[in-house]
Design a protein around this ligand. Structure first.
Ligand SMILES: Nc1nc2c(ncn2[C@@H]2O[C@H](COP(=O)(O)OP(=O)(O)OP(=O)(O)O)[C@@H](O)[C@H]2O)c(=O)[nH]1
Ligand SMILES: [Mg+2]
Length: 427
């Protein structure tokens, strides 16, 4: 996949950012969002040449911002040698096309920018394929002359379109072919992941997943807790691919802890869709650790944004432990509002290690009830049942004497019913 933002040898790409203050949001919200967009643009390797904003009751159908405003910004961009205009909102394919005509340069929206960063950062084969898929699906309805060289650069040859097929049609068809190919490759990779996960679950350790806004300190926490060496840096979306490590709690309980991709406001739906497979770790988890950069002025809004994505992937109802991170750089203490709203949050600094011991004990407490402790008596000839106990349970002790085998075992709650016929009578 060719980068949406090309890096040239001579100088970096100059970007002009456009924010819109819609009736539904405040001026402060728009400024914060635009500041985050600037951070995203810098992360993607562009140089910010300027920015413009407009206050609107509702977006204009054809050009999102008003046409007059667009022309005004276009003149400004030409004066300032701007190569790429980036909108802080999602543009429809038609708006995108119209704006490219007015600006006479590439126009991206927030979604495209996030996709670009993801593609720059993807490391594993699966991650790369997922992001390419999301990019192609984004691109397909948007193909214009600014994009149309794309599929040719990929070097696909051989398939010559039917008579009368325009360049654009043939580009679209090639993109579609590529999409189909990646989809089937991804399918294979996912099947393999499922097998691996099944293997892990046979170990019967509870799963905990670290989730949170990008840059909240998730990877730093994984490293702190498990001695892993995941890349943690002051950049948005440092992590794309999930990493799972064993965490041994002071109670000797083993937990599998997964670090995942960070979330962000207005996270493109296509991206959530593309990353569903990696986010399966989150959906499967027994416990979520929701890490919050509590020193961030927008901490509350970030929590809301994360909750929205969790709802989108079907993980909203998971038992969740709120982890307020970066207390070392908090001026003063956690706000009264936050403390009241999240009364059970654990305050930590993943960087200094403060609060880690209470966090570990809280994780232990939260995970304990996910596995019910049963005393089972099973006739020895019921080999299938005995095998099943070992497959899904954590066998603490077993005794094979006489006709019956006796197990003390931890069983996930949703499987309890299966074993009730074998409950040993209370002594
Ligand atoms: N002061 C302070 N900085 C922290 C703390 N935890 C993490 N950081 C810093 O915050 C930045 C982001 O940390 P990461 O662990 O990469 O954050 P992340 O949530 O994994 O971010 P993404 O993977 O990009 O979504 C890094 O520069 C860390 O050093 C903390 O407790 N205190
Ligand atoms: Mg990370």
């Amino acid at each position: 996949m060719k980068a949406l933002i090309q890096t040239r040898d001579t100088r970096s790409i100059r970007a002009f950012l456009i924010g819109v203050e819609l009736k539904s949001a405040s001026a402060a919200d728009m400024r914060e969002s635009l500041a985050e967009l600037a951070e995203l643009a810098t992360t993607a390797g562009t140089e910010i040449a300027g920015e413009g904003t407009q206050k609107l009751a509702s977006p204009a159908a054809a050009t999102f911002i008003g046409r007059g405003k667009a022309l005004e910004f276009a003149a400004l961009c030409q004066q300032n040698d701007v190569d790429t205009v980036i909108f802080d909102e999602e543009l429809s394919p038609a708006q995108n096309r119209n704006l490219e005509k007015i600006f006479e340069c590439k126009v991206l929206d927030r979604t495209a920018l996030i996709l670009e960063i993801f593609s720059q950062r993807a490391r594993t084969r699966e991650g790369k394929m997922q992001i390419e898929l999301a990019q192609l699906e984004y691109l397909l309805p948007r193909l214009t002359r600014f994009w149309s060289h794309l599929s040719r650069q990929r070097g696909s040859t051989g398939s010559i379109g039917g008579e009368g097929e325009s360049q654009l049609e043939s580009d679209r068809r090639k993109l579609q072919e590529r999409i189909d190919k990646i989809e089937s490759e991804l399918d294979a990779v996912r099947r393999q992941r499922r097998t691996q996960r099944a293997g892990r679950q046979r170990a019967n350790w509870p799963l905990a997943s670290i989730v949170g806004y990008t840059n909240a300190g998730k990877s730093t926490l994984l490293n702190r807790l498990t001695g892993a060496h995941v890349l943690a840096e002051d950049k948005l979306f440092a992590t794309l691919d999930p990493t799972t490590r064993r965490l041994r709690l002071p109670t000797k309980q083993n937990v599998l802890l997964t670090d995942t991709v960070g979330f962000i406001k207005k996270l493109p739906h296509g991206l959530v869709e593309a990353f569903k497979a990696t986010l399966e770790e989150v959906v499967q988890a027994d416990l979520l650790l929701h890490v919050v950069d509590v020193s961030h002025p927008q901490a509350e809004e970030q929590i809301e944004a994360v909750n929205l994505v969790l709802a989108e992937i079907g993980a909203a109802a998971k038992p969740t432990l709120m982890v307020f991170n970066k207390i070392d750089q908090l001026a003063g203490s956690v706000s009264a509002v936050m403390r009241e709203k999240y009364a059970h949050a654990v305050c930590i600094s993943a960087k200094t290690g403060e609060g880690i011991a209470p966090l570990l004990s809280e994780i232990g407490t939260q995970l304990r009830p996910t596995r019910e402790f049963l005393d089972l008596r099973v006739p020895q000839e019921k080999a299938a049942v005995i095998a099943r106990i070992h497959a899904v349970g954590q066998v603490v002790s077993s005794r094979y004497t006489g006709k019956n085998a006796r197990f003390k075992v931890r069983i996930p709650p949703h499987l309890l019913e299966e074993f009730t016929p074998f409950l040993a009578a209370e002594a």
